[in-house]
Design a protein around this ligand. Structure first.
Ligand code: XIL
Length: 381
């Protein structure tokens, strides 16, 4: 049955596939080919969504997401600054809406993220009398936050990005110089995982980072993960963000990353996939949201549309990536795109502000691009 619907997809025109976005999720034709059906036997297929897409304000976007994806991540709403903006104030409104949306549409909800150096309010790291927090103060704050947030979504969140981006991008230290590490010490990672496990004995618990296709960062990550396992820290999987460009990183490094992590007996997830098609001057492997590149005349070449040859390059890149993910479907448990459509991608603002980027499978009108077709074709075995 599945095979028939996968094959019939190839005879559909892009227009027919696009038609699905104009209907509410519940009314979507069950025989319409979708990513979630096409990869149902391989891995979860997810998207990062924003508040409007899940609370009904962007009903078209919500319907497309629900029909195409089997997993969702809140792009921003479960980060510390959104969910816990002040010491005595949590804001669960948006996160609750994600949980409801996921339940209603039979999607797995991923919690992103608990401990990170970005999008965390300054008060978290402040102590008394203008001093930085002490180790004890910060550990208590971390434990309270994790227990409150993870506890609330117990049974609703399938897995948490417990620690995000703790690895350094250069220098001699393995770990990034973050306030978490400076104040608590290197064991802040162990502690975060242990608190998360206390708060939800069943949730999957992940370490998540970018740039792991770089050999040096990857080998540091392997060291970190091995250490966690040796110390009995409760980790289930590793997320490789996968903020890629058309030509970097090389496919061989993408594949090696999956193989190296799978060898640690951890679930491997592609957690924030997108392919930047715009010129880059800086270090394309560095997805630290605090990094900025200067724009300039030639930095934003496709403001009135992506030329066909570039569409094809993007489609080929996605086909090559999915060929790798499918080869390793015994270890890859989820592939999540960082955004639903080109109009809602963070890459329109990073690392250069105000550009027109085309990194995802759906265009600004929510229509499937050639890259969508290329990915769907890969699902036919
Ligand atoms: C990004 C969001 O997409 C943006 O909307 C926000 O302004 C900054 O953060 N790595 C991560 C994600 O783990 O949380 C980041 O998301 C992208 C890089």
């Amino acid at each position: 049955m599945q095979l028939i619907s996968r094959r019939s997809f190839l005879t559909l025109t892009a227009g027919a596939v696009a038609g699905v976005v104009h209907q509410p999720a519940a009314a979507a034709d069950p025989s319409t080919p979708t990513l979630r059906k096409a990869f149902a036997n391989d891995f979860l297929i997810g998207a990062a969504l924003n508040t409007a897409q899940i609370d009904g304000r962007d009903a078209k976007g919500g319907a497309l997401a629900a029909s195409q994806f089997s997993a969702l991540t809140a792009e921003n709403d479960m980060k510390w600054q959104s969910i816990h903006p002040a010491p005595d104030r949590y804001n669960f409104q948006a996160a609750d809406a994600y949980a409801k949306f996921a339940g209603k549409n039979d999607m797995k909800l991923i919690g992103h993220c608990l401990v990170w150096h970005s999008q965390t309010p300054a008060w978290v790291f402040q102590g008394d009398n203008g001093q930085p927090a002490t180790r004890e103060q910060l550990l208590k704050r971390m434990r309270d936050h994790i227990h409150t947030v993870v506890g609330r979504y117990k049974g609703k969140v399938m897995g948490w990005d417990v620690v995000n981006e703790a690895l350094a991008d250069g220098g001699s230290d393995i770990l990034r110089d973050s306030p978490w590490r400076r104040i608590i010490g290197d064991d802040f990672i162990d502690q975060a995982f242990r608190f998360a496990r206390e708060a939800d004995p069943k949730a999957e618990l992940y370490y998540n980072d970018y740039g792991l296709e770089n050999e040096r960062k990857r080998s540091n990550c392997v060291k970190l993960l091995k250490g966690l396992k040796e110390r009995g820290v409760p980790i289930t999987g590793v997320g490789t963000q996968s903020h890629f460009h058309l030509n970097s990183p090389p496919l061989a490094e993408v594949e090696k990353t999956i193989v190296d992590f799978a060898a640690l007996k951890l679930k491997v997830m592609v957690t924030e996939l997108d392919v930047d098609v715009l010129p880059s001057r800086g270090n394309p492997g560095n997805a630290d949201i605090n990094r900025r590149e200067q724009g300039g005349d030639r930095s934003n070449p496709y403001t009135s549309g992506l030329p066909d040859d570039m569409q094809e390059k993007l489609a080929k890149r996605y086909a090559d990536l999915f060929a790798i993910y499918l080869r390793h479907r015994n270890s890859v448990t989820r592939v999540t795109f960082w955004g639903l459509d080109d109009g809602h991608s963070w890459l329109n603002g990073f690392p250069v502000r105000g550009r027109t980027n085309y990194p995802l499978l759906f265009d600004r009108n929510l229509k499937p691009k050639p890259a969508f077709t290329a990915v769907m074709k890969k699902s036919i075995k």
